[in-house]
Design a protein around this ligand. Structure first.
Ligand code: ATP
Length: 714
């Protein structure tokens, strides 16, 4: 047996704990009116999660709690436990037995538990759905509710049929899938909006990162440029400085020498030859005197020599003149020579004048001599005088010669002095000129040195700048090859570095932080992207599942409907001895509704009656039709148990028999609990419970035999 027991504590008229055991396929509950039989059926509905208090014949939860009697105080709570055997895995849980308990308190609070563990109502519903025990109560037919399946609307009917067909579980699955889908779509929306939120930031960061990367590339490029630039500049500076220093060496040394040389030069004064001039003048005066003297001496000598000549017979006058002329000529030549030796024209002129004077003196002597008569006399005296005169003359001549030499020397010396002074001046001039040239040269070299110093400072400043902007690597150029190139190439390189530097500065720093943030945000975006993908995948899967479930629902429903219709018609024909009955799809009112939402109508045709439709049925006929449908539903998909509360009340004897036969047939697959006053029905039960209520207002339960039951029922 799948249904094992029912335990009521404080539920309605069951003020005391009462347990019903269901050990046989058919259990009948019998008892007088108002003893509390229907309360038992309601106890099932209550325990299985019925939410309509009204359908439990109450207004509030409190109405379900034993209200007490004169002898017995009221209960604080009503509690009902239903126990099932789960050895055949009726329920989808790993317990051999499943007990579902519901308690309601006076404040209206409900508690549910499964095997003693508190659960939610939803859990109870789910558990039951798996066991084909539904909420719509298609298997618990309350008193007077037998035709509920007929009186309810098409939609509700469909719901009951679905439940009877065990499709509730699909519905649950579908609803769950739909809820999950809605949640998933909501999540997709949330994640998408998160993505949207971070998208501009990510785009911004991407731009920054691009900038940083460009800056990095540019920096790498700049490092190369810098290294090359520095290496070349260093080499160039070194070479230029060396060259300039060397170039300065020579001229500086020379300048020092020149300075010394200039210092060593005599003072630069005008040429002073006055001493010499005075001396020359004095000597010239002296010469004039001497020349006079010499002339006198010569005249005297000439006279004597003339006289002497006359005495010499063998000597022709012309010869003598010639001799004298020779002597004179010699003298003249001597004078001329002296004059030539004096380099000055005026001195020569003086000489010439002196000579001409001398010639005037000599000429008369020659003339006189030519005409003179030669006397013959003793020459001794004359010769002596001649000798003396000659000596005097020679002496005078020699003095003249001396004085002339002296004049000449003085003049030469005077010239020397003059020349020497001029030479000094020339030398000074030359030195000064050279000095000026050298000063200009050294100045230009010094200027060059200064420029190089400035360039070196600039180089060092650039060095520091590169270090600050790029870092160590930019100034690591020891290994950079220095190529031979024009200076203009380096200058262009420098300009290029300037341009690159500006761009690097413009692109800015702070790269690492940006990269880090970008990577984080990108990761987050990737994560969100994956999340969306996952969510979309699961949304797709859910949609597919929903479609599958719908398909299954529809096909199972349609198949079930066919089977129910067959059984329904059979039961109907059995009950009515003819006619026909079937379930039909109601007209779809709303086009948007799915196939599974289409309601179900009941179409009946009672034998021998022309009027068709449910409206045309009598109370008894309605009851028979209801029973036929309920039994048909139960047969197609047998529930674990079926509770029928006085469903047989309206049946006549013949129908009671048919009803009892059908019950026996149904009991083969579902446990039956039958609340009944019907003898025929009681007769088919394996177990009979009698419910009584004495004067204390508490329902009591007792196991009874058929005969007793018949008695009790009466
Ligand atoms: P019938 O054969 O006429 O259908 P029944 O045996 O099905 O009668 P029930 O309807 O189950 O009888 O029981 C009704 C009885 O239960 C009434 O006597 C009513 O007073 C009692 N009852 C209902 N609610 C409570 C309650 N909260 N406390 C005590 N007794 C209650």
């Amino acid at each position: 047996m799948q249904l094992k027991a029912l335990e009521l504590t404080g539920f309605k008229s069951f003020g005391k704990k009462t347990t019903l055991s269901f050990t046989k396929p058919i259990t009948s509950i019998v008892g007088p009116n108002g003893s509390g039989k229907s309360n038992v059926a309601e106890a099932f509905r209550f325990a299985l999660g019925e939410q309509s208090i009204k359908s439990l014949r109450g207004k509030r939860g409190e109405d379900l709690i034993f209200s007490g009697s004169a002898q017995t105080p009221r209960s604080n709570k009503a509690s009902v436990k239903v126990t099932f055997d789960n050895s055949n895995k009726l329920f989808n849980v790993d317990f051999p037995e499943v007990t579902i308990e519901r308690t309601v308190f006076r404040d209206g609070v409900n508690e549910y538990s499964i095997n003693g563990s508190k659960v939610r109502l939803k859990d109870v519903h789910e558990l039951l759905a798996h066991a084909n025990i539904g909420q719509t109560g298609h298997h618990i037919i309350s008193q007077g509710e037998a035709d509920r399946i007929l009186s309810s609307n098409a939609k509700e009917r469909r719901s009951m049929i679905e439940e009877a067909l065990g499709l509730r579980v699909y519905k649950y699955k579908k609803e769950e899938a739909q809820k999950k889908l809605a949640k998933t779509e909501e999540n997709i929306g949330n994640v998408e909006s998160l993505r949207k939120e971070i998208a501009p930031h990510l785009r911004f960061l991407k731009k920054q990162v691009d900038k940083v990367e460009r800056a990095k590339e540019l920096k790498d490029e700049l490092v190369g440029e810098y290294q090359e630039y520095f290496a070349l500049e260093e080499a160039w500076l070194k070479e230029e400085e060396g060259k300039n220093k060397d170039a300065l060496n020579e001229p500086e040394k020379r300048l020092e020498e020149i300075e010394k040389e200039i210092q060593d030069l005599p003072e630069d004064s005008p040429v002073d030859t006055s001493d010499f001039d005075t001396k020359v003048q004095e000597n010239e005066f002296k010469l004039r005197d001497l020349e006079d003297e010499s002339q006198n001496a010569f005249q005297k000598l000439s006279r004597i020599e003339g006289a002497l000549e006359l005495t010499k017979k063998n000597q022709s006058t012309e010869e003598k003149v010639s001799i004298h002329a020779d002597t004179f000529s010699e003298f003249r030549n001597n004078v001329l020579k002296a004059g030539e030796e004096g380099e000055r024209a005026d001195s020569f002129g003086d000489m010439r004048k002196a000579f001409d004077g001398l010639l005037n003196v000599v000429r008369p002597f020659v003339d006189a001599y030519k005409t003179a008569e030669v006397e013959t006399e003793d020459t001794t005296e004359l010769e002596e005088e001649h000798a003396q005169l000659k000596e005097e003359y020679e002496k005078a001549r020699s003095s003249v010669q001396e004085i002339r030499t002296s004049i000449s020397e003085l003049r030469t010396k005077r010239e020397e002095v003059r020349n020497k002074t001029q030479e000094g001046q020339i030398k000074r001039l030359a030195l000064t000129a050279e000095q000026a040239k050298l000063i200009a040269l050294t100045t230009s070299h010094k200027e060059r040195a200064e420029r190089l110093r400035v360039e070196r400072e600039e180089f060092e400043r650039e060095h520091r700048e590169a270090l600050a902007l790029i870092g160590e690597e930019a100034v690591r150029y020891e290994k950079t090859k220095v190529r031979d190139e024009a200076r203009s190439v380096q200058e262009e390189r420098k300009r290029n570095i300037q341009r690159m530097k500006i761009r690097v500065e413009e692109l800015g720093g702070g790269g690492e932080e940006v990269m880090k943030e970008f990577s984080e945000v990108q990761q987050r975006e990737e994560f969100l992207g994956n999340e969306v993908e996952d969510l979309q995948t699961s949304a797709e899967a859910l949609k597919e599942l929903i479609v599958e479930l719908e398909k299954e629902l529809t096909s199972t429903f349609n198949e079930g409907l066919v089977a129910i219709n067959t059984a329904f018609n059979e039961f109907f024909v059995t009950m009515f001895g003819g006619g026909s009955a079937r379930l039909v799809a109601a007209d779809a009112k709303d086009e948007e509704e799915g196939v599974e939402d289409i309601g179900i109508d009941v179409s009946v045709s009672v034998p021998g009656k022309r009027v068709k439709g449910l409206m045309a049925l009598s109370g008894g006929e309605r009851a028979l039709t209801s029973i036929a449908l309920i039994f048909a539903m139960s047969q197609v998909n047998p529930p674990p148990f079926l509770i029928l509360d006085e469903t047989d009340a309206a049946l006549d004897e013949a129908n009671s028999k048919r009803y009892a036969d059908m019950i026996e047939n149904l009991a083969k697959r579902s446990q039956l609990i039958l609340i009944t006053h019907n003898r025929e029905t009681m007769s088919r039960a394996g177990v009979l419970y009698g419910v009584t209520m004495m004067g204390d207002g508490i329902s009591k339960l007792l196991s009874i035999q058929f005969e007793e039951a018949v008695q009790v029922a009466k």
